[in-house]
Design a binder for this molecule. Structure first.
Ligand code: PLP
Length: 385
């Protein structure tokens, strides 16, 4: 079926950019597990020559994933970190500068500080909600503003329309890591130039693959990203692409249920006497709840909370759950509980972590698709421990 941007999201993600396999009628795009493609004559191929450059299964995923944000076909990568690497290579060169929101995935910080800094790319980490700090961060050589909203793991939000205006006024592009809210928040509609996803999370959604993607509506930027995908050699693999395509078909459905479950669990945690603080964007107590309602369709599936008794008490809860799994990753059908200070955000020095709200007692919960009553019972037991 040809892509039609007027179709609604559920329809676009089931059919957009996809067609039955022409040779067999198979309704799903097959897994083209082939390195190379036989050419009819020199210079006469069928659009595929070598799978580092282009692969039919990956190409189907790229067309379909583009539909998520009404963008051009996405570029899909072996991991979210590969997507971040290509984002930086596509937008920055030695001598350039990036402004980055202060709370981002630890791997993003590590990549900028321990890899790109050595190549002469500077980065300033700043609270995008602090107008004075943001104004002071821009430099004449700033080319990229990268934000994560909600931020992993504090869930602090960035006003994306304001961020786009600020980036463009400074002559920079706005890239949004939308990993936590695919189908819930549309950064390109709010003025962003590039959207990044770790497809490892909600998009594939079943804890089966790692992957990443970049989406844009700008043809020149899309071409540059496509060039780098081949030049660097970090394209997604066919089987992973096929599983990710399958995930996309149910993404909006899963996201709605993730959010329903997370709201129920967040309300339970907020009412619990042992819980000191809960962050969930659609709770009335969330400091940025109005912004959340303005730019998100729902609150998403992530919760951050702290229990009375500091890090020792928080760690006790994480060690006492049984239905929730203590594990890295987020955004899958299974509920995962994580200790950001020692797991996902360990690459950030402790003092800096504390300054941006990632205390040693912070617990991150990626609420899955189990019955919310079972999750609440598990957490209730762990909180009593
Ligand atoms: N962006 C966010 C918000 C993440 O949480 C992660 C991983 O946890 C990444 C990017 C990196 O993605 P990957 O682990 O697929 O390389």
């Amino acid at each position: 079926m040809a892509s039609d941007p007027t179709h609604q999201l559920f329809t676009r993600l089931i059919h957009g950019g996809l067609a039955p396999d022409p040779s067999t009628g198979a309704i799903l795009t097959p897994i083209y597990q082939s390195t190379t493609y036989v050419q009819e004559a020199v210079g006469k191929d069928k659009g595929f020559t070598y799978s580092r450059t282009r692969n039919p299964t990956v190409a189907a995923l790229e067309r379909n994933l583009g539909e998520l944000d009404r963008a051009l076909p996405a570029a899909c990568f072996a991991t979210g970190m590969a997507a971040l690497t290509v984002l930086f290579l596509a937008t920055l060169k030695g001598g350039d500068h990036a402004v980055v929101s202060d709370v981002v995935y630890g791997g993003t910080v590590r990549l900028l500080r321990q890899v790109f800094a050595d190549l002469g790319v500077a980065a300033t980490f700043v609270d995008p909600g602090d107008p004075a700090a943001l104004a002071a961060a821009w430099r004449p050589e700033t080319r990229l503003f990268l934000v994560e909203s909600p931020a992993n793991p504090t869930l602090k939000l960035t006003d994306l329309a304001a961020a786009a205006a600020a980036a463009h006024a400074a002559g920079a592009l706005l890239a949004v890591d939308n990993t936590l809210l695919p189908s819930i928040q549309e950064p390109l509609e709010l003025g962003a130039d590039i959207v990044l996803y770790s497809t490892t999370k909600y998009i594939e959604g079943h804890n089966s693959t790692v992957g990443g993607a970049l989406l844009t509506r700008d043809p020149a930027l899309a071409d540059r990203i496509r060039f780098l995908q081949n030049a660097v050699g970090c394209i997604q693999a066919p089987f992973e692409a096929w599983l990710t395509l399958r995930g996309l078909k149910t993404l909006p459905l899963r996201m709605e249920r993730h959010a329903q479950n997370a709201l129920a669990v967040a309300r339970f945690l907020e009412s619990h006497p042992r819980v000191e603080r809960v962050a969930y964007p659609f709770l009335d107590s969330f400091p940025q709840v109005e912004l959340a309602r303005r730019q998100q369709k729902n609150g998403g599936g992530m919760i951050a909370f702290e229990v009375f008794g500091g890090s020792e008490a928080g760690i006790r809860v994480m060690n006492s759950v049984s239905l929730c799994s203590l594990a890295e990753n987020l955004g899958a059908v299974e509920t995962l509980i994580t200790h950001p200070a020692t797991m996902t955000h360990a690459p950030i020095p402790a003092a800096e972590r504390a300054a941006i709200g990632i205390g040693d007692g912070l617990v991150r919960l990626s609420v899955g698709l189990e019955d919310p009553n079972d999750l609440i019972a598990d957490l209730e037991r762990a909180l009593q421990s």
